[in-house]
Design a protein around this ligand. Structure first.
Ligand code: 26V
Length: 798
């Protein structure tokens, strides 16, 4: 149906009439989107079945990527791209008077994730399929993704997200493959001749219904599966009274995605979500496995299960439970299979983000799972005792259960065969500091897998003109082998190519400026530097450092008529967790600053601040290609990797960043002349944290311009109530600036001066920009996934 433009047109019109029972002349854009989506879904069904059959027939080992988040964004455009039918569809629609872009914009982002962790899962699915690897996603079909953000009077206001409001053309409900998941109840032990038998009685049962979405490989006929589970009332529930309450509580399990905030601990519903995902996912995998295999002893050679952070860590005790209680396996064999099946990625070293569950919540909700975790802990601590006899302190620190809580990261390390960090520096910090005791005990489990991003969505789809320009210069081999982008290096000194790269960036900036004008009414100068910081709002990411610097520039421009800067547009986008008070104040501060300076006659041609509302994947796809400068300014040692940094680089933005996360590897690739770094190193930060010695107040007293901007937070400079920004002020001076904003301020200002200077020399700037693009191949998630496949999962192309 997509072989020629005319065939497409004919089928499209037919399909439209069948679906809507009216003529094309009366069509609306949402209907056209649905029609096209439905056609694509049907078109892939044959290859989808074939992929599954191929996998079954050749008994390939399969990977299942368990993640509580998949931040997919829109799918129509990337599906058309990967199927290789984008041009035919675009041309066909054009002849019908329809703009494909407008059709794509009808799609609501699938926003089932908070940020980096969820988007990484989505990039990984794209790479698995595009490398023809047998790897599938397992997640939750939340009715509502991450909240929608509105800015009202400068404040963030949250609204429930509604991605399913017009249906979802990409999913297929598979009610016949539903699974029962059990919560609560009691455990009855029976003593027969053989091993002990455990029976789960009086449990509350919930039905998990799978919805499958195709994951389409790039021009390779591979269609993998993302299986998302939805919670529904069970038909098998024993009569236990209040049915309405039961229905409500059941459906609540897959109703909302939790925003990441530090108050999540102790939320019983979150723990329910985690077990729901893991139990449904695993029972389903074991059921499928047993259709093709007689016994489970070889399970770990045919199945790899990856847990994306600790959220799905109950996969470890749940797999033990299935093997022992449902299939009569002994502990030792079940443990061998479980640990060899499961691998784990850590995504943060921030202690407040490490999951701990109080026993008081865990045990009543998951009584059998708790027994198994206790047994795992006991056997493991016995092993620790053998090695570290008498060293109580160490054993207490390494235990899975201690002081009334279960430490999920400890369970993940003990119950898996591989633990990886997401960038070199992050893995080193895990090994040498945060998880040092575990690294000493299990030296071979730890490894690094530096994150990546799919160049198909983030370059070919998001920036088609740049992709075309690259292919004109070096051919299109880089599409299948992104490391071949390095062939672009010689073009960093090619005047013709530079001119083209300049044009592409300029057009992208123009398009974004138009969008901003439409969304906010603010006119921005497309010749100014587009300096962008878009990411979740967290203190450690230091949006505050960026703001203080803008305030500093504003003050200088006001006070010193000899001072001048390269015109700058500072662009922010960020959601704050609803319960994260400080982060919300930062959003108010950005908006207050924008309101104050954007119309100031003295500075308005040099300085603009834009806050884009409701930052999400689809917005990132228009912002990133338009960026000149990529702000990656986290306190060193705090950002595990970052992945936005890679997207910007691939689109020709130059990084202004600390030596943190994958910025270190970007620096290594492009060399010091093509990135602007500043600030404390990770070692320095960690040393201050250990030994003390940092006094923020001294920087406030000794740096006159810093003193001024900090005072402006509370002295009436902003037209807001007196206490509006007091929390921010206090975080710097009363709480001694936990994230070293004041300490790094001076070097940040100087780094910005260098950026401005470099930008003024267009030729030099384009050289840096092109070198960044040429060196970005290493950060394709194809490279990352190939490493996971070879070194952790042991899977090969199907
Ligand atoms: C959660 C929380 C919750 C409590 C308050 C502080 C806090 C801070 C961070 C988080 C997120 C933890 C997991 C996460 O999303 N990590 C991100 O994973 C990305 C993919 O590996 C990586 O690029 C980011 O650097 C990392 O922050």
């Amino acid at each position: 149906m997509f072989s020629t433009k005319d065939a497409f047109k004919q089928q499209f019109l037919e399909k439209y009439e069948i679906m809507y029972g009216k003529s094309f002349e009366e069509s609306t854009l949402p209907e056209l989107y649905n029609t096209l989506g439905q056609m694509v879904r049907e078109y892939v069904s044959h290859a989808w079945i074939e992929t599954n059959e191929r996998n079954r027939a050749n008994h390939k080992k399969q990977t299942y990527y368990f993640s509580i988040e998949f931040l997919l964004g829109r799918l129509l455009g990337s599906n058309l791209l990967n199927l290789g039918v984008q041009d035919v569809v675009e041309a066909g629609l054009k002849e019908l008077g329809v703009d494909l872009r407008e059709v794509e914009e009808q799609e609501v982002d699938a926003g089932l994730g908070n940020g980096g962790l969820g988007r990484l899962a989505a990039c990984f699915l794209d790479s698995l399929a595009s490398l023809s690897l047998p790897g599938h996603g397992v997640g939750i079909r939340y009715k509502h993704g991450l909240f929608d953000q509105r800015i009202i009077d400068g404040y963030q206001v949250e609204l429930p997200e509604q991605w399913l409001r017009n249906g979802n053309v990409w999913e297929i409900r598979k009610a016949s493959q539903s699974i029962e998941v059990k919560f609560g109840g009691d455990i009855q032990v029976s003593y027969g001749n053989g091993p002990l038998m455990f029976h789960h009685i009086n449990a509350e049962t919930v039905t998990a219904v799978p919805y499958d979405m195709p994951v389409i490989g790039y021009e390779n006929k591979t269609i993998n599966t993302l299986r998302l589970w939805s919670a529904e009332p069970s038909q098998f529930r024993p009569d236990k009274g209040d049915v309405m309450k039961y229905k409500r509580e059941t459906e609540a399990i897959s109703e909302f995605l939790y925003p990441d905030d530090s108050h999540i601990e102790g939320k019983i519903l979150r723990l329910k979500q985690q077990y729901f995902l893991v139990s449904a996912g695993l029972k389903n995998i074991v059921r499928t496995y047993l259709k093709n295999n007689d016994h489970l002893s070889d399970f770990h050679n045919k199945v790899a299960i990856h847990i994306n952070d600790t959220h799905p860590v109950l996969a470890i005790p749940e797999l033990m439970r299935i093997l022992m209680d449902e299939h009569g396996m002994g502990w030792e064999e079940a443990w061998h299979i479980t640990t060899n099946t499961i691998s784990y990625t850590n995504h943060t070293t921030l202690s407040e983000a490490l999951e701990k569950w109080p026993i008081s919540i865990f045990k009543p909700l998951l009584p059998r799972i708790y027994m198994i975790v206790e047994e795992i802990n006991e056997r493991y601590c016995r092993g620790l005792w053998d090695k570290y006899t008498g060293d109580w302190k160490r054993i207490e620190e390494m235990a899975i259960i201690a002081h009334g809580v279960i430490k999920m990261a400890h369970l993940a390390i003990v119950g898996s065969h591989s633990v990886n960090g997401v960038a070199k520096i992050h893995t080193d910090i895990l090994k040498e500091r945060e998880m040092k005791l575990f690294y000493d005990y299990y030296p071979t489990k730890f490894n690094n897998k530096t994150n990546g991003i799919t160049h198909r969505r983030w370059l070919i789809k998001a920036n088609p003109e740049l992709a075309r320009t690259i292919s004109e210069a070096i051919g299109d081999k880089w599409i299948a082998k992104p490391e071949h982008l390095s062939a672009l290096l010689p073009f960093a000194n090619d005047a013709g190519f530079k001119q083209k790269a300049y044009e592409v960036k300029y057009q992208n900036k123009l398009a974004f400026a138009r969008q901003i004008k439409q969304l906010t009414g603010i006119a921005i100068d497309e010749h100014s530097i587009f300096d962008v910081q878009v990411k979740r709002l967290h203190a450690y990411k230091r949006q505050l450092l960026n703001i203080l610097h803008i305030m500093y520039l504003y003050n200088r421009l006001q006070e010193d008529s000899n001072f001048s800067i390269t015109p700058h547009t500072f662009i922010f986008g960020a959601k704050a967790s609803p319960g994260y008070y400080y982060a919300k104040k930062i959003i108010k501060l950005i908006n207050t600053l924008a309101a104050k300076i954007n119309d100031d006659p003295k500075t308005k041609d040099l300085l603009k601040v834009i806050f884009v509302e409701n930052y999400r994947v689809s917005l990132a796809e228009t912002i990133i290609p338009a960026a000149d400068v990529s702000e990656q300014i986290s306190t060193a040692s705090k950002e595990a990797s970052g992945t936005g940094n890679m997207k910007f680089m691939m689109n020709g933005a130059v990084t202004l960043g600390t030596m943190d996360g994958a910025n270190v590897e970007i620096h290594e690739e492009v060399g010091p002349g093509n990135i602007f770094t500043f600030g404390l190193t990770a070692e320095q930060v960690l040393a201050y944290q250990r030994n003390g010695g940092y006094r923020a107040i001294e920087y406030y007293h000794h740096d006159q311009s810093l003193n001024q901007v900090i005072n402006q937070l509370i002295n009436g400079f902003f037209p807001v109530p007196a206490h509006e920004f007091e929390t921010i002020y206090d975080s710097l001076l009363v709480q001694n600036d936990e994230y070293f904003v004041l300490k790094d301020f001076g070097t940040y200002v100087r780094a910005h001066e260098k950026v401005g200077e470099a930008y003024r020399n267009r030729d030099q700037w384009l050289e840096k920009s092109i070198i960044n693009i040429a060196k970005s191949g290493r950060f394709s998630s194809d490279r990352t996934i190939q490493e996971y496949a070879d070194e952790i999962w042991g899977i090969t192309r199907s």
